[in-house]
Write a protein that binds this ligand. Structure first.
Ligand code: AOF
Ligand code: ZN
Length: 395
């Protein structure tokens, strides 16, 4: 059983791990605290950057010779492999650590086995201590959930973010959409963008809004590390002069020819009427479906769409671990329908439009029994808006 000092130390280790949230991808966030037998903290460490020293090594370095006889409290099972750095299991043994307390086992084939190695060497090893807190975070969204989910599912974790009016509109009837939410909400979004390694939009959003999709700091200056910008563009319709093709950040226009397509199912919902669906802002056209009502047969007959699961597999192979899905409504609908959304962040402005596109369109749901239910994780006010963080229930 972990004692009270070890549990407190694990809380601290989880907080330390969160410091790496914007810098460790494609690696996990990890924190480590070394404790004396009497429960006083000897040293701390956290993983700062992919390719850099692991949390355990940072703590061991800080402790020096004082590491001997300590208990190492770590948010992730110590690695047992030589990757870009050496195995932490051996580093802990060499430093004379006596006991190891772990929150979450390492789900990778390559690096797991540290706990077994340490036990075989005679150390006491306890796992599962504050595992849920380490995964989900002490603050909502600030745990190792993104990396753990990505490794378990072998595809990037997907956060779908949108900003809407209270009646769920992301643009007005004429297509105008700047700015629905407050400046505070928009800077919150930039903090979020800084934590992901990939930004995903449908080609409809590129055609409608010509977004730049870069990450800027509080003063509006671009950050050094920019996420990969991905356009889901089945039929290669991204204009040659689209801003997203610029050199501000790496970009991948993912076409059906490159990724593969699948036959879409027959749509049973009615095509939106003219009043409710201009071709304007908000990504009315779906990147995964080509021209929305081509041939005058809205939703009739089969059509080829980008294979989103294949897209996710290719992104994972490119070391993408956290995708921020930013639009538009049909792209979001296709991702929801494909079961590819892991977290929803909604910024809701206390305003009403009464017409214009909704945040989510056509997710393949036609009856209330199929409603997509989420669990509320966090609700808070950001500037003049409300931010809702929710997690889909397993279906
Ligand atoms: C980290 N930081 O603090 C711990 C990790 O590429 P490498 O050699 O740095 O190895 C990365 C793997 O090591 C990672 O996928 C995870 O399984 C394990 N533990 N990784 O980046 C850390 N403790
Ligand atoms: Zn390690």
């Amino acid at each position: 059983m972990a004692n009270e000092a070890e549990i407190q130390a694990m809380r601290q280790a989880i907080r330390l791990a969160a410091r790496g949230l914007a810098t460790t991808l494609p690696n996990p966030v990890v924190g480590c605290v070394l404790l004396d037998p009497d429960g006083t903290v000897v040293a701390e460490g956290w993983h700062e950057q992919a390719g850099g020293p692991h949390a355990e090594v940072m703590a061991l370095r800080a402790a020096g010779s004082r590491a001997r006889g300590t208990t190492a409290v770590v948010t992730l099972e110590p690695c047992n492999h030589t990757g870009r750095t050496g195995p932490c299991s051996e580093a802990l043994l060499a430093a004379g650590v006596q006991k190891v307390v772990v929150a979450v086992p390492d789900p990778t084939d390559a690096a797991s086995g540290g706990a077994a190695r340490l036990r075989a060497a005679g150390l006491e090893v306890e796992t599962g201590v504050l595992a849920e807190e380490a995964e989900r975070g002490l603050e909502p969204g600030e745990g190792n959930e993104v990396w753990l989910t990505a490794v378990r599912k072998q595809r990037p974790f997907v956060t779908w973010k949108f900003a809407a009016t209270l009646d769920g509109r992301v643009a007005a009837q004429d297509g105008t959409s700047q700015w629905i939410t407050s400046v505070e909400a928009r800077s919150d979004v930039h903090r979020l963008r800084a934590q992901v390694d990939t930004m995903l939009v449908g080609v409809g959003t590129v055609l409608a809004d010509d977004p730049l999709l870069t990450v800027r700091d509080a003063d509006g200056n671009p950050l050094a590390r920019q996420p990969l910008r991905v356009v889901a563009d089945t039929h290669n319709r991204t204009p040659a002069n689209a801003r997203i093709r610029g050199n501000d950040a790496p970009t991948w226009i993912a076409t059906g020819a490159e990724v593969g397509t699948i036959e879409s199912r027959l749509r049973t919902v009615a095509a939106p009427n003219a009043a409710g669906s201009p071709q304007g802002s908000g990504g009315q056209e779906l990147g995964t479906s080509g021209a929305p009502y081509a041939g005058g047969t809205p939703y009739g007959g089969g059509r080829r769409e980008l294979d989103l699961h294949a897209l996710m597999r290719q992104l994972y192979a490119r070391e993408c671990r956290h995708v921020l899905l930013e639009g538009g409504p049909r792209m979001a609908g296709a991702m929801v329908e494909a079961g590819l959304v892991d977290r929803v962040i909604a910024y809701l402005a206390p305003s009403l439009l009464g017409a214009g596109p909704n945040a989510l369109m056509d997710a393949g749901i036609t009856t209330i029994a199929d409603v997509w239910r989420l669990d509320l994780v966090d609700v808070r006010q950001v500037g003049g808006d409300v931010r809702v963080l929710a997690r889909p229930r397993a279906r």
